[in-house]
Write a protein that binds this ligand. Structure first.
Ligand SMILES: Nc1ncnc2c1ncn2[C@@H]1O[C@H](COP(=O)(O)OP(=O)(O)OP(=O)(O)O)[C@@H](O)[C@H]1O
Length: 303
């Protein structure tokens, strides 16, 4: 039963492997059309959480509802509504990109033309007749996302789709993910790239050691930290003495290249620097999700 409720409801799921609590009481909801990120370092429990939600793994306890239904035990009614891309993608041998998509699509009775449309969405139209083994890593990743979308599901699960890609391929894939969301799909994805999650996700759950440490819009999580802003001006522009006396300024460091001013009121500090004509080449660094992670766990984030 479901009357426009959330697309996904996860309630207190747990999964242990022997003594290891891989998922230790995780709960969250995802709204329809939302881009939701599970993020955290390697081994945090993201994949296990995702696989439980996808109905690929049975939780020790807790429950999951997808579009109002339970994905476990295997629920055939849900399969056409879900697109799943696993961390290790597998393709049919020796088929071209187009044939891969048509084959995946045919499993769900999708027309050959509709399946091929997905090639355009992921920017692979010009590789339609290229065999999968001749694609680059980034292109193969895009093909595997297209295969997860071949049957036009409502919800798309992507496990580390940007892992192992170079920075350029990663950015290209961001455009693909945004295009998928623009089609109204609900996206749940895992990543260990905090910068990427900050840019792409409507909301994130920061996961560490099987637990959700914080959840919300990235900008909200960062703002809630109430961290200092750093205003960085070129060395020689202002002296440390002057910088320390600027309104809002707290700590000041001169490292010989820059004068770094940690401020509690960036607006006031920048205004005063402007009046001193000291803003040429200035940079402003605000807190990021990395600072949120550090604050939550007491350890620096390692990708
Ligand atoms: N089948 C399994 N048997 C035993 N331990 C497992 C199994 N699957 C996962 N684990 C362990 O559970 C923990 C969580 O793993 P999981 O793959 O969910 O983390 P993750 O956050 O997705 O990490 P990664 O980004 O490296 O994939 C890890 O310590 C992992 O070694």
């Amino acid at each position: 039963m479901r009357a426009d409720g959330p697309a996904i409801v996860v309630s207190d799921i747990r999964k242990s492997y022997g003594d290891l609590r891989a998922v230790d009481g995780v709960s969250f909801t995802v709204a329809e059309g939302e881009f939701f990120g599970l993020l955290g370092p390697n081994g945090a429990g993201k994949s296990t959480t995702l696989e439980i939600i996808e109905g690929l793994r049975k939780p020790d306890s807790g429950s999951v509802r997808i579009l109002g239904e339970s994905p476990w035990p295997r629920n055939p009614a849900l399969l056409p509504k879900m697109g799943v891309q696993l961390q290790a993608s597998s393709f049919f041998e020796r088929l071209t990109s187009k044939e891969q998509l048509q084959t995946f699509g045919s499993l769900y009775g999708v027309s050959r033309a509709a399946a091929v449309d997905m090639l355009e969405l992921v920017g692979l139209t010009d590789k339609a007749d290229v065999q999968e083994n001749n694609l680059s890593g980034g292109q193969r990743q895009r093909l595997s996302i297209a295969c997860a979308l071949a049957h036009d599901p409502e919800i798309v699960f992507l496990d580390e789709p940007t892992a192992a890609l170079d920075p350029q391929a990663r950015r290209n894939l961001w455009d693909v993910l945004r295009a998928i969301q623009a089609r109204g799909k609900t996206i749940v994805y895992t990543t260990h790239h905090l910068d990427e999650a900050e840019i792409l996700c409507d909301r994130v759950a920061v996961v560490d050691k099987g637990r959700v440490m914080a959840m919300g819009a990235p900008a909200w999580l960062v703002r809630k930290l109430d961290a200092q802003t750093q205003v960085i001006v070129e060395h020689g522009t202002v002296t440390v003495e002057i910088a320390r006396n600027l309104p809002g300024a707290d700590k000041v460091i001169d490292d010989g290249v820059s004068v770094i001013i940690a401020t509690n009121d960036a607006g006031l500090t920048i205004k005063a620097l402007g009046e001193l004509d000291a803003l040429n080449k200035a940079q402003v660094r605000t807190a990021t999700l990395e600072d949120v992670f550090l604050h939550l766990t007491g350890r620096a984030y390692r990708e």
